[in-house]
Design a binder for this molecule. Sequence first.
Ligand code: AP5
Ligand code: MG
Length: 235
Amino acid sequence: MNLVLLGPPGAGKGTQAERLARTLGLYRLSVGDALRAAVAAGTALGRQAARYLEQGVLVPDEIVQQILEAELRRPEAQAGFVLDGYPRSLRQLALFDALLARLGRRLDAVILLDVPDEVIVERLAGRLVCPCCGATFHQRFNPPVPGRLDPGCNAPLVSTDGGVRSAICPQPLQRRPDDQPEVVRKRLEVYREQTKPVLAEYARRGLLRVVDGQGSPDVVFQRILAILPTGTPLA
Ligand code: AP5
Ligand code: MG
């Protein structure tokens, strides 16, 4: 099973990709997460990508392609993958088609998480991210529970000094720098102008499955499972 998960910023792609990977035994690849990891590690790719991430615009295809191809060639990705946030432009779609052909792979479905703008703004304004493992929370909708072992995080969460911290990472949960309102506006603009044509093309190919992204993460996940190709084995 090879899946692509698309949707506007804050639609819940990361939240649902993690669940899909865990439930279906798929390799999860988020281009955004991989780029942020490269920036944090200070690699040559990361240094090139940083300013695009800060501005909320697409990182050049040459950089993204290198990451994508290396990831899809990993042994863990051979049994199936869920790709979060790629392709985001028609040019990326053409490059992706060529890469899949070279690797002898094909897509089973492209899932669009459909969420209106006002919900997006609320979700991104309250998002919190664990700097040690990347687990994502929301102040209101998915609050970190002190002492609970979160399924997306390897670190048990503990509360210290009134702030929520992970037991392994000494830093408090953080906001993503690109969740500032002016950068969110730019990311939405990029989505409308560059990514929406990709959705139209996948719809034309009969691969697009539109899922209502509103409701709790568990409810949205059940909707996704319901539209997957029949006979999908659970891990
Ligand atoms: P990326 O990191 O992919 O950001 P994005 O697409 O803007 O999406 P987000 O990660 O912000 O949101 P999400 O849909 O994953 O939602 P989440 O699950 O976190 O990309 C960032 C940047 O990287 C881009 O701007 C670009 O520069 C670069 N990049 C990435 N891909 C690229 C590509 N292909 N080409 C070139 N450049 C690329 O949820 C959001 C919040 O809502 C969380 O707090 C969560 O807890 C909460 N939440 C989730 N689901 C629900 C729910 N059902 N109900 C209530 N709250 C919910
Ligand atoms: Mg994400």
